[in-house]
Structures are given as structure tokens and as C-alpha cells.
Ligand binder design. Structure first.
Ligand SMILES: C[S@@+](CC[C@H](N)C(=O)[O-])C[C@H]1O[C@@H](n2cnc3c(N)ncnc32)[C@H](O)[C@@H]1O
Length: 261
């Protein structure tokens, strides 16, 4: 059920990409402010979609592994955000494991984890992917109730349109375009079958696996940031010492084109 739901992105790659372009700037800016310059060797984006954040990671880390189950999303990612130091792979993010892929100085996942059938198992595996001194940033939608009715999303689309026009937050054509994307029937079908955690449960479940993590309220979402104890990547580069466990396995750096499905 969840896997089939996640695959609905196969039919919405263009839609999602444009939507993220129109509304994604605040998250991009927040992420950019959070990530260290010259972050280190390796980063991973789990559920990378059309590659928006992988590009940002590629400007801070030497190599980025970006995985997603959706071939159309990845196709667009490679076309729009095909940077030399990003390896895109079609695979389930649950299959990215420390023993096969090595560990990373930055593990990012944005708006993907609510699609997984076993969130707690996924969080434990994600924790194992973080190198000593590395960070994990997990962002996902939250809502007061697990299921949000269609009429709420339509009402929110109307409120957004009104605010965009009254406050002149964006050009009229863009405001209208965003409204049309927000009320697209296939998009609403997807959103109304999503299941969300409420903010308190999000903090409990994520904080249970990442004790002491910092939580930030974002629009209809929560972000969690946690640092694994240990020397930071910059410190390791200064001393020239790198743990063998941070090396990717041969399998983890495989070619992007075929990927592992
Ligand atoms: C809402 S999009 C977010 C994309 C991107 N992280 C962003 O913020 O722009 C969710 C993405 O998660 C992917 N996804 C869902 N379940 C997944 C899984 N089990 N493994 C890998 N990717 C998954 C979907 O294909 C989709 O591209």
C-alpha cells in the first residue's frame, strides 16, 4: 500500500518539480544555512526526488549519493540537476546500508520518510549511516490528524492564492500556476492518501532514535537535525586521517544509469 502510494510520484515528476521550484525556496535557504561550507567527503540524499537538494549538497560535499525509487523523478533529476559529483541511483532508501554503502558526513531526507511502512526501522538504519562527527537532517510533513481531508488542501490552496495576490508575494501568473498545481486532482489524490505524524509524535519517534536532536517548525513540516559525536569531517581533513568505515563500498558507488532497483 505504502510502496504503491510512493510510486504515484512516477506520474507526477514534472508536477512535483515545478511545485518544489515555486515553494521550495525557504527550505533551500534553511538547509543552506545549516550545512557547513566544505562539509566533507560524502553526503547522501534519501528520496532525492528531482534532485533539488542533492545539488545543494554537491556544492558542500565532495560526493553525493542521491537515491529514489521513482525512475521518472530521477530522470528529471539527472536532466535538471546532473552535476558531476552526484551519483543518482534508483533504489529503495531502506536499502542504503552502512555495510554496503559506507557512512556519510551528511544524511538528508526531505519529505520521503512518511512513505515508508516501517519508520522506526528506517530511522535506526539512517542513524547507522552517519559518520562520526557527521550530521543527519530529516524533514517531513506533519499534520494535526494522520489523514487530511481534500477540502482542507483546497481551502489552503485558496488561502495561499489570496495571500499571494493581496500581499503581492509572487507574480500573478505564478500565483495562479501554483493554485492550479495545488488543486490538481492527481496531486490531491496523492495528498489525501498520505498519512502524517502530528508534531509531538514526530518529536517522540525521531527523538527516540536521535536523542538530543534539535527540532525546527517548518510550514506543515518538522525538521530534525542531529550530530553524531566524533571529529567533524573538517577536523579529519586537517589531520589527514580518515576512518576506513567512511569509505564507500564498490557497490555503493555504482553507476547511476542502471542503478539497483
Ligand atoms: C515529496 S518527494 C520529495 C523529494 C525531495 N526530497 C524534495 O524534497 O524535493 C518524495 C520522494 O520520495 C521518494 N520515495 C518514496 N518512498 C521511497 C523509498 N522507499 N525509497 C526511495 N525513495 C522514496 C518518491 O519517489 C519521491 O521522489
Amino acid at each position: 500500500m505504502r510502496a504503491a502510494h510512493a510510486r504515484s510520484f512516477d506520474h507526477m515528476a514534472q508536477h512535483f518539480d515545478r511545485f518544489a521550484e515555486l515553494v521550495g525556496a525557504p527550505l533551500d535557504a534553511w538547509l543552506a544555512s545549516l550545512l557547513p561550507e566544505g562539509g566533507g567527503q560524502r553526503a547522501v540524499d534519501l528520496g532525492c526526488g528531482t534532485g533539488r537538494h542533492a545539488t545543494l549538497l554537491a556544492s558542500r560535499y565532495r560526493h553525493v549519493l542521491a537515491v529514489d525509487v521513482s525512475a521518472p523523478m530521477l530522470q528529471l533529476a539527472k536532466a535538471r540537476h546532473g552535476v558531476a559529483n552526484i551519483t543518482y541511483q534508483q533504489r529503495d532508501l531502506s536499502e542504503v546500508r552502512a555495510d554496503t554503502d559506507g557512512v556519510f558526513y551528511l544524511v538528508l531526507s526531505a519529505y520521503a520518510l512518511h512513505h515508508l511502512p516501517d519508520l522506526d526501522g528506517a530511522l535506526l538504519r539512517i542513524r547507522e549511516l552517519v559518520a562520526p562527527g557527521g550530521r543527519v537532517v530529516l524533514v517531513d510533513n506533519v499534520a494535526a490528524t494522520p489523514q487530511v481531508p481534500r477540502r482542507w488542501f483546497v481551502g489552503e490552496a485558496l488561502r495561499t492564492l489570496a495571500a499571494d495576490l493581496v500581499r503581492r508575494r509572487r507574480p500573478i501568473t505564478q500565483a495562479w500556476e501554483l493554485f492550479r498545481l495545488n488543486v490538481d486532482p492527481a496531486w490531491l489524490d496523492h495528498l489525501t492518501t498520505d498519512r502524517f505524524l502530528n508534531p509531538q509524535v514526530f518529536a517522540d519517534r525521531y527523538g527516540g532514535v536521535f536523542p538530543g536532536a534539535a527540532f525546527t517548525d517548518l510550514y506543515r513540516a518538522q525538521a530534525m537535525c542531529w550530530q553524531q559525536p566524533g571529529p567533524t569531517s573538517a577536523a579529519i581533513q586537517r589531520t589527514g586521517h580518515r576512518s576506513a568505515s567512511t569509505q564507500p563500498s564498490k557497490r555503493g558507488t555504482g553507476d547511476t544509469a542502471g542503478g539497483r532497483v
